[in-house]
Write a protein that binds this ligand. Structure first.
Ligand code: NAP
Length: 248
């Protein structure tokens, strides 16, 4: 079966590392992004340089019409999706819950919870044997924050990842008899531009002393875990979580 991977938020950070590794592993690659066209084009060029057939598609994962457009482009230009990596997410500025606005909460929950569920829906319609598909795999990118709670930082974000973990468990069971596996990775502090969103681009370096392994993680270390869970090597693994937190 041809390997076709859709990576939401594939233009930067962990998603871009996953796109590069997927290209090396023989996937056709769809890089989704929200607004940073230059980053998406740069990652697309790298992935094509590695020999992969690839496209970059702008779509907000929290808007269903845009998710439909994303999967239609994949159908037409790469073939039927076999792996979905639900990686796109956002976070707000470091705050206590008593300082969070309704706007912030709804935006975050839409992107980090509704987004992955909508993307899974449109992948399932193509992958599940119930719908005439040939099977596939979904990997959700959660966070160690789901079990630590991130007090005083971004409890809303941690709660959104807790919801993603519960979604992973439920969906894995729902699809277990339909040739679709569903798993998640839970990274800890990883060196990406994500931390600028919470107000401190140097967050990972500053927090390294509190990480048992004494260092932050690299995006490619998370990509390895994502693509193992997606692969046939993980054929009996579903509803599972791989933590990449350096001991946190
Ligand atoms: P990043 O470098 O900030 O990249 C985020 C990516 O998501 C970008 O491609 C961005 O597109 C895209 N994106 C954001 N909102 C989107 C939306 N609504 N629709 C479509 N694309 C959207 O982040 P990262 O650190 O690689 O994080 C990737 C995943 O890992 C996230 O789920 C994050 O929660 C998780 N994670 C990260 C860390 C960490 O320490 N970095 C730790 C634990 C978990 P644009 O560039 O176009 O905006």
């Amino acid at each position: 079966m041809d390997k076709v991977i859709v990576i939401t938020g594939g233009s930067r950070g962990i998603g871009a590392a996953t796109a590069r590794l997927a290209a090396r592993q023989g996937y056709r690659v769809c890089i989704n992004y929200l607004s940073d066209e230059a980053a998406a084009q740069a990652t697309l060029a790298e992935v094509r340089e590695l020999g992969a057939q690839a496209i970059a598609v702008r779509a907000d994962v929290s808007v269903e019409d845009e998710v439909v457009h994303l999967f239609n482009r994949v159908d037409a230009e790469l073939g039927t999706v076999t792996v979905l990596v639900n990686n796109a997410a956002t976070v707000g500025h470091t705050s206590r819950v008593d300082e969070m606005s309704e706007f912030r909460l709804l935006k975050l929950l839409k992107s980090n919870v509704a987004g992955p569920i909508l993307c899974a829906k449109h992948a399932i319609l193509r992958m599940s044997t119930r719908h005439g598909g040939q099977g596939g795999s979904i990997v959700n990118v959660s966070s160690v924050a789901a079990r630590l709670g991130s007090p005083g930082e971004y409890v809303d974000y941690a709660a959104s990842k807790g919801a993603l973990d519960t979604f992973t468990l439920g969906l894995a069971k729902e699809l277990a008899g339909e040739s679709v596996r569903v798993n998640a990775v839970r990274p800890g502090y990883i060196f990406t531009e994500f931390h600028a969103l919470s107000g401190d681009p140097d967050r990972v370096s500053k927090l390294e002393p509190a990480i048992p392994m004494g260092r932050g993680g690299q995006p490619h270390e998370v990509a390895e875990a994502i693509l193992w869970l997606a692969s046939e090597q993980a054929s009996y693994t579903t509803g599972s979580f791989l933590d990449l937190g350096g001991g946190r």
